[in-house]
Design a protein around this ligand. Structure first.
Ligand SMILES: NC(=O)c1ccc[n+]([C@@H]2O[C@H](COP(=O)([O-])OP(=O)(O)OC[C@H]3O[C@@H](n4cnc5c(N)ncnc54)[C@H](O)[C@@H]3O)[C@@H](O)[C@H]2O)c1
Length: 378
């Protein structure tokens, strides 16, 4: 099978590696020769590491690299069975690429976008044969993360969707199907993990280290929300929140925060710049958490019920099946349990009571209980 990957940046090079290691011939294209050079040497370095770990042998790594063709010519994608576009996150630029690709590839070729936030339907709407356009959303790093969201546009053929799922499964990834809506599954349902934590901080209920401790020690998450936001980078995390919020017609549940916006404006982007919510410089004083059990419980339950509500709401609105929602949150962002099963374990009535009391106190629509949660009572 021949795969063309358009865009040789962070995601494109990771996707190319996955396809190579599944035995595909890969055409990697980019307008920048420097990006292509970086991608080839990055993939090659990754094969060296895999060899050192005994995961692949020298013959395999030579064979994979022989099957990788890097070029600045988009026309080289002409023989592809599947094209995955991973260029800059700009709708006009993506539409332009898809229009060009349509005149290059065969009529059977599937045209996919790795966009995190743009409408697949809108991209499909620009081409003559929109039935073969689909979203294939990998997570970063694409060569490591197992989850892949498959997003059919409203124009996409069911056969194209099934074929895409088969290809992604054959690449040893875990595909989940998401409705073409802002943030798809993971980037939508995960929003409260960040935003509710920031609210708790802004209200002076607890500091970052205490909120992180509540979510790791009590709720069992691998990283607390502030550590995780610092790790993702506030530029990226803020942009996703703002994009989901705007695309959802300013839904109050997704409202971004000034606290995070100021970090972006200051260039305190997190670990990568040495400073975010935490200070990563050598001489920095570490914040000591408060380990009062009642405080930690209040914090973790408030964030958890917001996550439960979000997952139930996504299910209610048909964003994905229950199984795919559970799978997406446990494999895409390593949540300790599927949120719907977790909500049931926590108690749906208890969850509704907590949300109602937050709503009564704040009179803020972000705390309204989803009908999806009430439906889980039945
Ligand atoms: N980085 C992430 O965590 C992540 C995760 C999932 C999805 N995505 C999505 O994947 C896509 C790529 O993101 P990235 O982080 O790899 O970006 P990146 O900036 O690392 O790479 C983008 C590459 O596209 C190239 N490019 C730009 N315009 C082009 C064009 N017209 N034709 C050919 N190549 C072009 C650039 O030269 C660059 O090499 C975006 O749509 C992004 O939303 C990113």
């Amino acid at each position: 099978m021949q795969i063309a990957v358009i865009g040789a940046g962070t995601m494109g090079s990771g996707i190319a590696q996955v396809a190579l290691m599944s035995g595909c011939e890969v055409i990697l294209t980019d307008t920048s020769q420097a990006s292509l050079d970086r991608a080839r040497s990055g993939i090659s370095d990754s094969f060296v590491k895999l060899r050192e770990k005994g995961k692949i042998d020298i013959e395999q790594s030579v064979m994979y690299l022989e099957k990788l063709h890097c070029t600045t010519q988009l026309e080289a994608a002409s023989g592809a069975d599947l094209v995955i576009e991973a260029i800059v996150e700009n709708l006009a630029t993506k539409k332009e690429i898809f229009t060009q690709l349509e005149n290059i590839v065969s009529p059977e070729c599937i045209l996919a976008s790795n966009t995190s936030s743009l409408s697949i339907t809108s991209i499909a709407g620009t081409v003559r044969h929109p039935h073969r356009v689909i979203g294939i959303h990998f997570f970063n790093p694409a060569n490591i993360m197992k989850l892949v969201e498959i997003i059919p546009a409203i124009q996409t053929d069911t056969a194209v969707c099934s074929k895409t799922i088969d290809i992604i499964s054959s690449w040893k990834k875990i595909p989940v199907v998401a409705k073409d809506t802002p943030g798809f599954i993971v980037n939508r349902i995960a929003r409260p993990y960040y935003s509710e934590a920031i609210r708790i901080l802004e209200e002076g209920i607890a500091d970052i280290a205490t909120i992180d401790l509540a979510m790791t020690k009590l709720a069992g998450f691998r990283m607390g929300p502030f550590t995780l936001m610092d790790f993702i980078g506030h530029d990226v995390n803020y942009a996703v929140t703002e994009s989901v919020w705007t695309a959802c017609y300013y839904e109050p549940r997704y409202t971004p925060s000034f606290t995070q916006k100021r970090l972006v404006e200051a260039g305190y982007l997190g670990k990568k710049t040495g400073r975010g919510f935490y200070d990563y410089r050598n001489d920095a004083i570490q914040v000591q958490p408060n380990d009062d059990f009642d405080l930690l419980t209040t914090i973790s339950e408030r964030i958890l019920v917001m996550l439960f509500n979000e997952a139930a709401d996504a299910l209610y609105h048909g964003i994905a099946s229950r199984d795919d929602i559970e799978q997406a949150m446990t494999t895409g962002v390593n949540y300790p349990k599927g949120l719907i099963a977790w909500a049931q374990e926590f108690g749906i009535s208890r969850c509704i009571e907590k949300l109602d009391s937050l709503f009564d106190y704040y009179k803020d629509a972000r705390y309204r209980c989803s009908p999806g949660l009430k439906k889980l009572l039945i």
